[in-house]
Design a protein. Sequence first.
Length: 479
Amino acid sequence: MSTENSALLTDFYALTMSQGYFRKKISGKAVFEMFFRRQPYDGGFSIFAGLGPLLEKLASFSFSAEDIEYLRGLGIFGEDFLDYLKNFRFRGTLWAVDEGTVVFPLEPLIRLEGDIIECQMIEAMLLNTINFQSLIATKTARVWLASGKGRVMEFGLRRAQGPDGALSAARASYIGGAWGTSNALAGKIYGIPVLGTMAHSWVMAFPGEEEAFEAYAEIYPDKTIFLIDTYDTLKSGIVNAVKVGKKLAEKGKNFGVRLDSGDIHYLALECRKRLDEAGLHDATITVSNDLDESIIQTLSIAGAPIDSWGVGTRMVTGGTDAAFTGVYKLTARHEGGKIIPVMKFSDNPEKTTTPGIKQVWRIKDSAGMAVTDVMSIDNGDTIEEGKKYSFWHPQADYRHFKHVVEGSAEVLLKKRIAEGKSCGTEPDLAEIRLHAAANLECFDQSYKRLLNPHVYKVSVTENLRAMKLKLLENHLGDL
């Protein structure tokens, strides 16, 4: 039974709170925002991903008759509330950053306005969708940049966290810069190029390595890559690859070899030497074996002659960072025809939220390079070219800088759903991938380096800062 679009994909407290809202007749409009608190991998940027699947899920997110029966059996929910859930749909309005955009902590990536119950109900599904894909897209972008924007292949199906994790990771990896995937189902669903070589089992299924290579080359003369480390890479694998490769070359066909173990740097150098000595200068070298961005960058800097990289486990699982730190918070409510900004106060200053209905502006210089992202009061602040502004730190209220907008000021949050209906067609995955690559070009290399990246400025306008300080003052005065 398919469960992907069941509204039961929510945290249980969303259901109990929603029944509470229903019983207390708290049904006014509310505004929620999704943002994240810190960059994964101690990095300098993240890639926003998962918006397409989120919009698809919202379009059909509902409770089936079986879902209602399950909830009835728990003995917690009244018939009046269960009747309400029978017709539950998301009928609110959603704004979001373009998928594939480079994003930073604290700024809203998604903003929702709607009935408080419907906004509460979709929280877990939204975070589940966006957090994982943003994590994997970010990881892949780091791998891709570390390779010198080379050919990165996503090989992680067998190590991913279940079938959905594998599909989501393949999609997000493609956005982040992967050239293709080994996951055939992801290729079918998302139109991602499917790639592969051979397994050690193919080689061991034949009496000898040369016979295995001969057979593969015969069947796939235009897509031949020999896995050369089944027995001995230099004494056997590359020797047989050269023998069979020469026959392919005589037919005008090119081929490649893959290294999946051992000292990748040393073996790549030796294999390149053997291939060149045989006149097979166009033969390519692919490597795999638990690669990540640090290993790839080290090999690239060392000048290892590697043409493509097969990356699996450490890319599709997130590697050293288990989760993207996205959260979902109430920032305003409509009461008596007025918008009431709200914020979370906390003993941990980093968990104090920024109140109100907000827009995000990306400020660029005259050369088109990003300078800062600025949160403003939506429909209350505008940022214009040629004007001078004071931009404030969103948490350290005493820190600020003055800036003259010499280039563009672009709004990032755009309307995707209006009162439950789509506002238009979203770009396809290939377009999102191109947007991610182009967006990365708008940021200085200092934000993209693996170690000790420069911290990009995320700021608030003077008006938004004043709103926050007023709420803090009122809260402290009530204590």
